[in-house]
Design a protein around this ligand. Sequence first.
Ligand SMILES: Nc1ncnc2c1ncn2[C@@H]1O[C@H](COP(=O)(O)OP(=O)(O)O)[C@@H](O)[C@H]1O
Ligand SMILES: [Mg+2]
Length: 251
Amino acid sequence: MDIKIQIRQLSVSYNGTPALRSITLDIYKNCITGFMGPAGSGKSTLITLINRMIDFEEGVRYDGEIRIDGINVLDPAVDVVALRRRIGMVFAVPLPLPRSIFDNIAYGPRLKGITNMTDLYAIVEDSLKKAFLFDEVKDRLMTSAMKLSGGQQQRLCLARTLALQPDIILLDEPCSGLDPISTAKIEEALSELKKDYTIILVSNNTKQIARTSDYAAFFYMGELIEFGETPRIFTNPSQKKTEDYIQGKFG
Ligand SMILES: Nc1ncnc2c1ncn2[C@@H]1O[C@H](COP(=O)(O)OP(=O)(O)O)[C@@H](O)[C@H]1O
Ligand SMILES: [Mg+2]
């Protein structure tokens, strides 16, 4: 397995309070890596460092390294705009633009200078298919995205991300507001997408991590307690804390 992201001795604090403590972790290419752990354990902090979205926060300090394809993205000289373009992100709450389904997905490609409608349509169709949404919306691409169900909006947000052709996709609790059927569709899409992308899935649902991820990382109070292949983590965790968490003894 090729390593896509190498995280090395990464520590983060907000206004002097530690949020991550010396995290060292490899993220493998063409795999889904699941991040689990109770609220406040540092999962969102870690993924927002990978695309440097954390730079929007006040009072943040970080040190250590996050190497993507060998390049340390925490280096102050890194072009963060270019970095964010390579890394797609999907959040817990889907936030479509109050525009048509088509325009939501074409928005990013248009910003990149693609204006030909045939080209745009091809990107929209391809992105919707990859997000397992095309069949449900193909007859109403020009209607408002706001009329879609929550589960459809979340897949639309995934499609919008894919239209920008990232190579890494970060998802921060993307199914937390969704019903089981919508959740299953997202999981199905991710299982296909990992062939072409490197995916990090943050979830407060350990069953989702068990079902979908190839590797799992368990975080607790800013520490990486355990990391490994998902079947091993769930059947034979080496740390008592991991076992207790998986068994639902705390959350
Ligand atoms: N913008 C922020 N300012 C101050 N503290 C923050 C901020 N974001 C997160 N934290 C703190 O950092 C820790 C980790 O939070 P977070 O990364 O959001 O955890 P998780 O995603 O696992 O719930 C928590 O103690 C949280 O309160
Ligand atoms: Mg979070």
